[in-house]
Design a protein. Structure first.
Lengths: 173, 172
């Protein structure tokens, strides 16, 4: 059988696109791997990772273990945990502001949209960014914090801002 | 009978010749002088130079040369056409594939920086908490931090809005 150039062209296009589309859906794409890889092996930083499997196990824990104040808070926490595929945390107590500014410069704002920026009088900085997938759903929530401590948290999963907002309300009450 | 050799004119014209300033007539005159049997010794080295040029200028090619040259040109054109007919669709296909691939890469995979960065390069499992209980505590603290930031931001925004309303009321 002889393939026409157009058929070969279409096959090649699909061959190129498939791994890229597959990669887009991988849950391991995150800001820390992309921009802050060098911090992970740096002794100044505390690194924590909670995998998707651990999040699944959280659903089996009771309220006391979770150390929550009420059923609604526990429910709000579990609702978000059910959608979570990974949480990566980097913290450092030395040079927090410099690290915060460096992190802000490194994050590509073409990929991460700014959701909220807070700058308080006592020097505590807070920034929330999101990364959406090709369907417009939030795939990653990135939190940057400066001030007394530098905090960088990358939440990966099918995230729902309404659920996070509900939890924020519960924490406030 | 030859006229007397005009050394002064010869010197002048030779100098101008090597500066590229002589006319065709003047060059012809030099050539003629160089062929004279009574050419003074100091001009003998120029004889061979101008004789060769004279010979080359008078050389003619026979018809077979032209025929062979045209034949070669036609052969090359035929070969070139065959090569283009084979390769052009492939060139177009390759260009389109590259362009589409690059565009897809830029649009769907959040840019080039992620191409080289996958979690395979960091062994995240070594940073996992020892138990689900510990993970739960960390998760709650993380969400508390995010929530506090969001609430602070919301409060600040509300405060700003309130102030704006006050300013608006003042100007009414």
């Amino acid at each position: 059988m002889q393939l026409r150039p157009l058929s070969i062209l279409l096959l090649l296009v699909f061959a190129i696109q498939m791994p890229l589309l597959a990669q887009d859906n991988k849950d391991n794409i995150n800001a820390i791997d992309t921009y802050f890889k060098q911090y992970v092996d740096d002794d100044r930083f505390t690194v924590v990772y909670i995998s998707g499997k651990l999040f699944q196990m959280l659903g089996k824990l009771d309220k006391e273990t979770l150390n929550v104040e009420g059923d609604e808070e526990a429910q709000a926490l579990m609702d978000i945990a059910a959608d979570m595929q990974g949480l990566r945390i980097l913290t450092a107590e030395v040079g927090a502001d410099a690290l915060y500014n460096e992190a802000k410069q490194k994050i590509d704002t073409k990929i991460y949209q700014q959701l909220m920026t807070v700058r308080s009088r006592d020097g505590d900085n807070f920034e929330l960014l999101i990364r959406e997938n090709s369907e417009g759903k939030i795939q990653e929530l990135l939190m940057l914090g400066g001030g007394d401590e530098f905090v960088l948290m990358s939440f990966i999963g099918n995230l729902d801002l309404d659920k996070i907002s509900r939890l924020a309300d519960e924490f406030e009450h | 009978m030859h006229m007397a050799f005009d050394e002064q004119k010869m010197d002048q014209l030779l100098e101008r010749y090597f500066q590229g300033e002589t006319s065709l007539e003047e060059e012809s005159w030099i050539r003629q002088q160089c062929q004279r049997p009574d050419l003074p010794d100091q001009y003998l080295p120029y004889r061979s130079w101008f004789t060769v040029i004279e010979e080359e200028a008078n050389r003619s090619l026979d018809d077979s040369f032209e025929t062979e040259l045209l034949d070669r040109i036609h052969r090359q054109q035929r070969q070139a056409r065959v090569r283009r007919l084979i390769s052009k669709p492939w060139q177009v296909a390759a260009a389109v594939v590259l362009a589409l691939g690059l565009a897809t890469w830029m649009w769907t995979s959040d840019g080039a920086s992620q191409w080289t960065s996958t979690s395979d390069q960091i062994d995240w499992s070594q940073y996992e908490p020892d138990s689900p209980e510990e993970a739960a505590q960390i998760y709650r603290k993380a969400m508390l931090r995010v929530s506090t930031g969001m609430n602070t931001g919301a409060a600040k925004a509300a405060n700003k809005l309130e102030k704006l309303e006050e300013i608006g009321a003042f100007f009414k």
